[in-house]
Design a protein around this ligand. Structure first.
Ligand SMILES: Nc1ncnc2c1ncn2[C@@H]1O[C@H](COP(=O)(O)OP(=O)(O)OP(=O)(O)O)[C@@H](O)[C@H]1O
Ligand SMILES: [Mg+2]
Length: 416
C-alpha cells in the first residue's frame, strides 16, 4: 500500500516559491507523471516527497501518516535519478544489492533478491560487469534494479530516461510501463517530455512556475486542457491559440478574429467576451475550393472558417505541417502527407464543433464548451452547449489553489 498525499506543499528559496501550494492525492498503484518546463519545480516537489528537502509549508502523508519531516529512510520510497548514481567500482550485482547490504540483510536473501530483480530487468548476464562496461540503457536498468530490490511502496523517479538516445528511450518507456503493470506499485515520475507523460502515466500533473495547472489522465489533459498553459504545452506542434472575441451575431454566437469566424451555438443574448480560441493543428480540416469558382464558398459555408494563406509546409515523413497566416495570427495545420498545400496559396479550414476550445483571455482558464449527448454532430443546431468558467485560476492568489475538477456554470447557452 502506498498512497501519497501532498497538501498545500510549498518550498521557498528566498523570495521565490519554487513549489507553490501544491496539493495532490496519489492513489496506490498510480503512475503519476509530474510534467512541466524546466525550472517549474518538478524536482523540488519530488524531493520534498522523498524527504530530501524540507518544505516551507504544507504536509506530505504516506498511507495517511504524516511524514513531512521524517527522514527518507522512514518513508518506504526508492528514488531513481537522471544521473543513475551507480558506484563505478562495484559490479552490477553489488550495485543492485547495495540497499540491502546497507540494511544488513542476510547474504542469502540479498543474493536471491538481486537475482530476481536482474531476471526481471534482463540484467542476469551482466551481473559481473562494472558500470563503465554497460550501455546507457543497461546502466539505467541497474539504477531501477537498485530501487526495485528494496521492494518499496513507491518509486520516485526524476528524469530517469533523459540520458538515453531516442530509440532506447522508447524501448525503456515500454519496459517501465510493463514493470508498473506487473508490480502495481505507486510511481511518481518527473519529466519535461510530454511523450513520456502521455505514454506512461495513469495521471499527469502539470506544473507551471511552481503551481499546479491541471491533474488528469493523459486523455483528459490533452482533450480538455484546463488552461492556456496546458493547451500550449501539450501537442506537437502545440495547440493554435488565437486571441478572439465571442459575441452574438444574427442569432448565433461566434468566435471572431481577423480571418476567423467560428459559429458556436444559437443565441442572440451572449454578452461579448474576450477569449483565446484554441484549435489543435490535427483538427483543422481543409475545405476544398468549390470547383470552377475559387472565390465562391463551399457547401460548408455554415461551418466555422479559418481563411488563411499558406506560408510554408514542413515534411515530417508520414505527415506534413502547414504554417499559415490568419489575419495577424499564425495557424499550424497538421495532416497526412501530402496535404496538397503550397506556399502562397489561400486556404480555408473547417473544424468539428467538439474540437473548439475556448479560454478566458484574462485568467487563461478553460471555458467549458460542452455539447451534451454522446456523439457530437457537426451541425451545431442539434446540440446543447454550456459555457462555464472553471474556478481555481492560477492567477488567483486567494483561496485553495488546488485545481478544481468541477465546472461552475457562468454562461449558459441552450439550443432547442
Ligand atoms: N537549492 C536551491 N536554491 C535556490 N533556488 C533553487 C534551489 N533549487 C531549485 N531552485 C529553483 O527552484 C526552481 C525549481 O527548480 P526545480 O529543480 O524543482 O525545477 P525542475 O522543474 O526540476 O526543472 P528541470 O526540468 O530543469 O530539472 C528553479 O527556479 C530553481 O532555480
Ligand atoms: Mg528537475
Amino acid at each position: 500500500m502506498s498512497r501519497i498525499q501532498v497538501e498545500g506543499l510549498t518550498k521557498r528559496f528566498g523570495e521565490v516559491a519554487a513549489v507553490d501550494r501544491v496539493s495532490l492525492d496519489i492513489s496506490h498503484g498510480d503512475f503519476l507523471v509530474l510534467l512541466g518546463p524546466s525550472g517549474c519545480g518538478k524536482s523540488t516537489l519530488l524531493r520534498m516527497i522523498a524527504g530530501l528537502i524540507e518544505p516551507s509549508n504544507g504536509r506530505v502523508l504516506l498511507d495517511g501518516r504524516d511524514v513531512t519531516f521524517a527522514p527518507p529512510r522512514e518513508r518506504d520510497m526508492a528514488m531513481v535519478f537522471q544521473s543513475y548514481a551507480l558506484y563505478p567500482h562495484l559490479t552490477v550485482e553489488r550495485n543492485i544489492g547495495f540497499p540491502l547490504r546497507s540494511r544488513r540483510r542476510p547474504r542469502a536473501e540479498i543474493r536471491q533478491k538481486v537475482h530476481e530483480v536482474a531476471e526481471l530487468l534482463d540484467l542476469a548476464d551482466l551481473l559481473d560487469r562494472r558500470p563503465r562496461e554497460l550501455s546507457g540503457g543497461q546502466r539505467q536498468r541497474v539504477a531501477v534494479g537498485r530501487a526495485l530490490v528494496r521492494d518499496p511502496g513507491a518509486f520516485l523517479m526524476d528524469e530517469p530516461l533523459s540520458n538515453l538516445d531516442a530509440k532506447l528511450r522508447t524501448a525503456t518507456r515500454g519496459q517501465l510501463r510493463a514493470l508498473h503493470h506487473r508490480l502495481g506499485s505507486t510511481i511518481v515520475y518527473v519529466t519535461h517530455d510530454q511523450v513520456e507523460a502521455m505514454t506512461m502515466a495513469t495521471r499527469v500533473a502539470l506544473l507551471n512556475a511552481g503551481r499546479l495547472e491541471q491533474v488528469g489522465t493523459p486523455t483528459d489533459v490533452y482533450d480538455e486542457p484546463a488552461s492556456v498553459f496546458v493547451a500550449g504545452f501539450l501537442g506537437s506542434p502545440a495547440m493554435n491559440l488565437i486571441p478572439a472575441r465571442i459575441e452574438s451575431r444574427a442569432g448565433r454566437v461566434q468566435a471572431l478574429a481577423p480571418g476567423v469566424e467560428v459559429p458556436l451555438w444559437a443565441a442572440d443574448d451572449q454578452p461579448a467576451r474576450e477569449v483565446t480560441l484554441g484549435v489543435r493543428p490535427e483538427h483543422l480540416i481543409r475545405v476544398p475550393p468549390a470547383s470552377g469558382s475559387p472565390t465562391s464558398q463551399s457547401p460548408a459555408s455554415q461551418s466555422p472558417m479559418f481563411r488563411a494563406v499558406v506560408e510554408m509546409v514542413e515534411n515530417l515523413g508520414g505527415e506534413e505541417v502547414a504554417q499559415c497566416v490568419v489575419g495577424d495570427a499564425r495557424l499550424l495545420a497538421r495532416g497526412p502527407r501530402p496535404l496538397g498545400l503550397r506556399p502562397g496559396e489561400p486556404v480555408v479550414f473547417d473544424i468539428p464543433a467538439n474540437r473548439v476550445h475556448l479560454f478566458d483571455r484574462a485568467s487563461g482558464r478553460r471555458l467549458v464548451w460542452q455539447p451534451t449527448g454522446a456523439d457530437i454532430p457537426r451541425d451545431r443546431d442539434q446540440v446543447t452547449v454550456r459555457v462555464s468558467d472553471r474556478p481555481g485560476s492560477p492567477g488567483a492568489t486567494d483561496g485553495d489553489p488546488t485545481v478544481a475538477e468541477s465546472p461552475e456554470g457562468v454562461l449558459d447557452a441552450s439550443i432547442v
